[in-house]
Design a protein around this ligand. Structure first.
Ligand SMILES: Nc1nc2c(ncn2[C@@H]2O[C@H](COP(=O)(O)OP(=O)(O)O)[C@@H](O)[C@H]2O)c(=O)[nH]1
Ligand SMILES: [Mg+2]
Length: 361
């Protein structure tokens, strides 16, 4: 739709911007990778500290004549944001990448080659990833291994072969078309991974969650939503069993008049009770929160598209898409609304900057 309101608009002429989503557990190097491709000021964590508690878009850039943005996502392991909110943010952002101006080109899933086993957090992240993607678009997925400088190359190669060939690791997606690539923490390797995804671009690419949401499914009824529900149930059951054991131990310390141990156990009880409350809240709010965000987003998309003109330069071009759980829906909505004109605008920014934009042709 071309809209003019006295000022010349470029809605129809805007080139398509291709989005690549970068997913995986916290600490696998997602933000570092994106900053290597195009300096976007994304915060980088130290060890397991999470710096990405919301979905962020990189600055737009041009590669091989294509306008591209990278989408940095939080892992399903964030200390500040519940997994439900992470799912809603990722789902809402992916649902933005289905228009004629912004399209999802592919997905990168990051894994640290130094990890010699798929721990609880890694496997939860990968299970969620699988349910977000489904099977039909796996040829647009690249499993990227990072931290090669931290491992002996022979050990790394053996581990990579295991990751590729074992059904408990990435074999189920590799056999269905997903690619694997090494990233050696250089700009060149990051670019070659992006370039490979762009070369396979297909406008019909749709992840399972995009399809499901497009069909009107409630987020709790999507495969990813159901996977998360099951995961929440299992974790809740485990924590409740732990809580019962702690309560028994507390009774024992009371009987033995061991005040110090009782105090320590009381703290553990509080910790477990808080985690159970958080999981219950996450489960209860999974569907309702998304519907609200999505509904408001749609309205914003329409009004944002209408009001954008050549002169509508966004005041602050910092990448912000979605907010952390601690923020109210109103703030979340505000951030989405503030960010969305930029999405429409990015294509235009790319056009205006084209002669000067980064190009690795
Ligand atoms: N040695 C090494 N460190 C890396 C590499 N990639 C990222 N890091 C470091 O790993 C930590 C986590 O990276 P970050 O990009 O924040 O991970 P994210 O949570 O997935 O976004 C940071 O301290 C990075 O500097 C890599 O390839 N090699
Ligand atoms: Mg990060």
């Amino acid at each position: 739709m071309s809209v003019s309101s006295g000022e010349r608009t470029l809605v129809d002429e805007e080139p398509q911007t291709l989005a690549i989503a970068v997913m995986g557990p916290t600490g696998t190097g997602k933000s570092t990778f994106i900053n290597l491709v195009v300096e976007s000021g994304l915060l980088v964590g130290s060890e397991l500290e999470s710096c990405t508690d919301s979905v962020n878009f990189s600055s737009p850039f041009t590669l091989d004549g294509k306008h591209v943005i990278l989408m940095d996502t939080p892992g399903f392991d964030d200390t500040k944001t519940t997994d439900g909110d992470v799912l809603k943010m990722i789902a809402a952002s992916l649902s933005l990448c289905q228009g004629s101006h912004l399209k999802l080109a592919g997905v990168i899933y990051m894994h640290r080659i130094v990890d010699n086993r798929m721990g609880g957090i890694s496997s939860r992240n990968f299970r969620m990833f699988r349910q977000l993607c489904g099977d039909s678009s796996l040829s647009k997925v690249v499993i990227v291994t990072t931290m090669w400088d931290q491992i002996d190359i022979t050990v790394g190669e053996a581990r990579e072969a295991e990751l590729r060939n074992k059904s408990i690791f990435f074999e189920p997606v590799v056999t269905r078309g997903a690619h694997m690539a090494r990233h050696d923490n250089t700009h060149a390797s990051a670019i070659s991974i992006i370039r490979a995804i762009l070369s396979r671009y297909d406008e019909h690419t749709q992840l399972q969650i995009q399809e499901e949401l497009g069909d009107g499914l409630d987020i709790g009824s999507t495969k990813a939503g159901m996977e998360l529900e099951q995961d929440i149930r299992e974790r809740s059951t485990r924590y409740k069993a732990d809580l019962r054991a702690v309560m028994d131990e507390i009774q024992e310390t009371i009987r033995l008049r061991d005040e110090e141990s009782r105090r320590e156990l009381a703290q553990e009880r509080e910790r477990l009770e808080a985690m159970i409350r958080r999981l219950e809240h996450d489960s209860a709010s999974l569907s309702s929160g998304y519907a609200e965000i999505r509904g408001r987003l749609e309205a914003r998309v329409q009004s944002s598209t209408r009001s954008i003109s050549l002169h509508a330069v966004p005041a602050a071009a910092q990448p912000v898409i979605a907010a952390a759980e601690t923020e109210s829906n109103a703030i979340f909505e505000g951030k989405i609304a503030a960010a969305f004109p930029m999405l429409g605008f990015w294509g235009r920014v790319a056009v205006m900057l084209a002669p000067f934009s980064l190009s690795w042709k």
